[in-house]
Design a protein around this ligand. Sequence first.
Ligand code: NIG
Ligand code: FE
Length: 412
Amino acid sequence: MQTLIINIKELLQVREISIDKVSGKEMGILPSVKNAFLLLENDLIADFGPMEKCPKINAETTIDASGKIVLPSWCDSHTHIVYAGNREQEFVDRINGLTYEEIANRGGGILNSAKKLNETSEEEIYNQSKKRLEEVIQQGTGAVEIKSGYGLTVEGELKMLRVIKKLAANYPIAIKATFLGAHAFPLAYKENHSGYIDLLINEMLPKIAEEKLADYIDAFLETGYFSVEETERIMQAGKQYGLRSKIHVNQFTAINGIAACVKHNALSVDHLEIVTDEDIEALKNNETIAVALPSCSYFISIPYTPARRMLEAGLPLALASDFNPGTTPSGNMNFVVATACIKMKMTPEEAINAATINGAYAMGLSKTHGSITVGKKANLIITKPLNSFYQLPYQFASNLIEQVILNGNVIA
Ligand code: NIG
Ligand code: FE
């Protein structure tokens, strides 16, 4: 089936030659074609260019995008969309003065979500999670990574990963699954960290590998959570099962975790609200990408990832939502892009690169997603009529999306 989109005011993120990511200064360049056409064949991008070169064909569907911007769908490389219940009470507790850390120390936070998850059936978790997935699809996300990490028991972690697998089977969006058994120490192992890591390595990982439930492995490398040494043990074990790591690190403190992640060839290091010069040095000239999560900084009032320092050092940067019940109950990638512009001083060009091609890279999908390139997935956002694409971050709270296309089909 062919779909021809014509008269596109501006077609963004066009890459004739497939690239895997953009870094440093290059992130300021967002290649585009004005007054463009885009041809889709089945689920793939077949051709694009200026309207003068538009093929004279009778496509099954023709969409007139006069006045509208077309860009690749958002690639959200870091979410915790699968969870049970909510944590509104902690939101109010923070308004009344408690910090994220104080709430966690009272048994709230991740352990609060873990309790709810273990008490909820797989079917019910699926039903709650699919609503969030449907919401982010409407908001323009076309590829998403989803983590486990609210089970913290063998059964709970497997249950979460099975829900992710079922979502991937039932929805047209690309989904990567990450095993985050090392999200927090359950109460029973508070004084026995190595016992929990043994459980994770000897019981959870083999079962996950056997059922092929995960693509990546994650840990919360942070003061009071998993130490550098503990995380290294987990990254090493993951590698044995073919799971590359994507690590939560430097959210609250810098404890030389980034260098350890790079040493283990992590695909991504995520959060980085606190970044030292040594961390920046460690990130130079390797395959690990930093992922910033500005909605999390916004929601729990912590510093923003220092994007300018990182881009000036020539590093690549991705943006993701961190959609989760505790620190970011939103998967709205337009808001992420806008917040990166407003609070991290990224230009719209940089932020869109970070939320498309670099997001795809951060979940191992840049060969198939994240840019307008012949042969890549036809996953697209068609906006409402706009003056320019700057309006997307400028009008930060508006929904400027008119249509969403996934696998060549208009789905919203
Ligand atoms: O990415 N920092 C660790 N994990 C999540 C939050 C988890 C939670 O509070 O439920 C995050 O922010
Ligand atoms: Fe997270």
